[in-house]
Design a protein around this ligand. Structure first.
Ligand code: ZN
Length: 119
């Protein structure tokens, strides 16, 4: 089920979609991946060498004052940041008006294939 976040707070709010507590429950990773060059020193020789490492950063939802953000995965309601913001009256969470669009789009694609086969 998709949910809508409504900001009741007079300033912008930022919520981090942590990988462990959001992506895994939502079933898809929203994190951004960055390749960074780091210098690692060999433990016995002390000689440094550059290596590329992939680091991931959690996605962020920014809510502006009074903004309604629709279509968010319900896993967002399990984040501590969201639960605290609801408890403090900063945001409201309501079910999204429009249903999850994925099953509809699949059904319409199947429908168009059938009509092509019929011709
Ligand atoms: Zn992730």
């Amino acid at each position: 089920m998709a949910v809508t976040l409504i900001s009741c707070f007079p300033r912008p709010l930022l919520f981090h979609l942590h990988h462990g507590s959001y992506c895994k429950k939502a079933g898809q990773c929203q994190c951004s991946k960055s390749i960074v060059r780091v210098v690692e020193r060999h433990p016995s020789t002390g000689i440094g060498s550059q290596r590329a490492r992939v680091l991931s950063a959690p996605a962020v939802v920014t809510l502006l004052p009074g903004e309604r953000r629709e279509g968010l995965h319900e896993a967002i309601t399990e984040l501590a940041e969201i639960q605290n913001a609801v408890r403090w009256g900063w945001i409201r969470v309501v079910p999204s008006a429009k249903p999850d669009s994925k099953p509809e789009s699949r059904a319409s694609r199947r429908g168009s294939k059938k009509s092509v086969q019929a011709h």
